[in-house]
Ligand binder design. Structure first.
Ligand SMILES: Nc1nc2c(c(=O)[nH]1)N[C@H]1C(S)=C(S)[C@@H](COP(=O)(O)O)O[C@H]1N2
Ligand SMILES: [Mo]
Length: 263
């Protein structure tokens, strides 16, 4: 995954450097708030780590803002793909009949666990948005995504109050070194309920192509490329990452990348 541009680790360092620089040079209410936060011992204890602090700082800077949306003229002719482009295992059989036998299970800390067909998801209220995908390896691509807002699905199943994160389980098994597990990712409830966070089944007016995650992928538009899980088959609400993988909340996170992938 490091053939072009910067590696994920380099990108993380650069992003942290920029945030620190922004904090050091900027003034005003928002940053005064951050300063207060970083000098309030209790707050620092609660935040617990430099990464959580970075996330809190970025939230205060960007607030509940929408990710930038673009015009149809900006859409790239072909949406580039990266990572897995064709899962193995039983995926081919599912794809062959248009994913008629595929289900999205939604479970964990929910009142009413459910399994949705692709047709059911496509019949739900949808949102279409033209956004830019930024991969830490140094490329970006603008595409038009259509899908059901994750907030709608979470309302259907009834997220329990103790749910803190939404975990996305994917169908593709990764092959990096000896860490051969299915791709997975997670996000917090803030990002999960954001109006641009979709379970996307369409790209550029057509069905989601296989290389971009068919039949369903997440779009979490204020986050980097590795936080956009493809080939979803299960969404799980949890209050901790401890029981998942190596405990860091995602495939790449388990290999050392930041859990917070805000752009
Ligand atoms: N299931 C799964 N999701 C994934 C990946 C993957 O390998 N498997 N790669 C991630 C990375 S690093 C990027 S940049 C984007 C690429 O999405 P695309 O193939 O639609 O460009 O998917 C992300 N989601
Ligand atoms: Mo990526």
């Amino acid at each position: 995954m490091t053939s072009t541009g910067r590696s994920k680790a380099e990108h993380g360092r650069e992003r942290r450097r920029l945030l620190r620089a922004a904090l050091a040079t900027a003034a005003g209410g928002v940053l005064a708030g951050c300063d207060r936060l970083s000098h309030d011992e209790r707050a620092v204890r609660v935040l617990g780590s430099a990464e959580a602090l970075t996330r809190e700082v970025q939230r205060r800077l960007t607030g509940p803002a929408l990710a930038q949306e673009f015009s149809p003229a900006d859409i790239a002719p072909v949406f580039r793909s990266n990572g897995t482009t064709l899962p193995g295992g039983g995926y081919a059989a599912l794809a062959r009949d248009g994913f008629a036998n595929w289900r999205l299970r939604v479970e964990g800390l929910v009142e009413r666990p459910a399994a949705f067909t692709l047709a059911q998801l496509r019949a739900m209220p949808s949102r279409t948005q033209i956004t830019r995908h930024d991969c830490v390896e140094g490329w970006s691509c603008i595409g038009q995504w259509t899908g059901v807002p994750l907030s709608h699905v979470l309302q259907l199943v009834g997220a329990k109050p103790q749910a803190r994160y939404v975990v996305f389980h994917c169908m593709d098994v990764m092959t990096e070194g000896d860490y051969r597990v299915p791709y997975y990712e997670s996000t917090d409830m803030d990002e999960a309920l954001h109006p641009q966070t979709l379970l996307a089944w369409g790209l550029n007016g057509g069905a989601l192509p296989i290389e971009n995650g068919a039949p369903l992928r997440a779009r979490i538009e204020r986050q980097l490329g590795y936080k956009q899980p493809k080939y979803l088959h299960r969404v799980e609400l949890v209050d901790s990452f401890a029981a998942l993988g190596r405990g860091h909340g995602g495939y790449w996170e388990d290999l050392g990348y930041n859990w917070y992938g805000g752009i």
